[in-house]
Design a protein around this ligand. Structure first.
Ligand SMILES: [Zn+2]
Ligand SMILES: [Zn+2]
Length: 195
């Protein structure tokens, strides 16, 4: 069984499983291939993890070398902002974070998608441990992409989740997390366009 290594929050995670090929530049999972055109119908196809690739368009990625080359050829071109959100093009930890929230939601889901869905989503909020507290407190500027905090932060920035503060009796308020309507739509297979 293949094994992988990923740099996470202050530590290295080792994991095993059949997650496909390794990144060409490290031992992490390669989720992307470089889409840089190299002539004819061919693309570079270098295998990339999220640290060793750059998102340059809707489901389009470049390796770091080709990203720099593209940058040099297109000075002043703004970086791609994710304008189309789809489950399979979200960063891996954003998918993981949303997956937890979707699971909590599914346990109570009655299949109703009308007006009442927003309060229902909020009622399905869950706490997410130390990473959740960190994100709730806004202490995520340096959260690595590969951490749960990084995934939650990404989802918050892209309006896929929201923080609902809950105060257990006799304790400090705690951040709980819920999907927004956009988050639910993405998790149910829709493409959400952002203005
Ligand atoms: Zn890598
Ligand atoms: Zn490349």
């Amino acid at each position: 069984m293949p094994s992988y290594r990923a740099q996470s929050d202050k530590r290295v995670i080792h994991f095993h499983g059949d997650l496909g090929e390794h990144c060409a530049d490290c031992s992490d999972v390669a989720g992307w291939l470089c889409d840089f055109p190299i002539g004819g119908d061919l693309t570079c196809d270098r295998r990339l993890c999220e640290r060793h690739g750059r998102v340059v368009g809707d489901n389009a990625h470049y390796c770091l070398t080709h990203y720099r080359q593209w940058r040099a050829m297109n000075p002043g071109e703004p970086d791609y902002q994710m304008t189309h959100l789809r489950r399979d093009t979200l960063p891996a930890m954003a998918q993981v974070a949303l997956g937890f929230l979707k699971e909590a939601f599914d346990r109570r889901d009655q299949g109703h998608r009308g007006e009442g869905i927003t309060p229902f989503l909020r009622n399905s909020a869950i706490p997410l441990g130390a990473d959740g507290v960190r994100v709730g407190q806004g202490d995520v500027a340096d959260a690595p992409y590969e951490s749960l905090a990084g995934g939650l932060h990404w989802c918050l920035e892209h309006d896929l989740i929201e923080v609902c503060w809950r105060q257990p009796p006799g304790r400090d308020p705690q951040p709980w997390f819920a999907m927004t309507r956009s988050g639910l739509a993405v998790m149910e297979g829709e493409t959400v366009e952002r203005g």
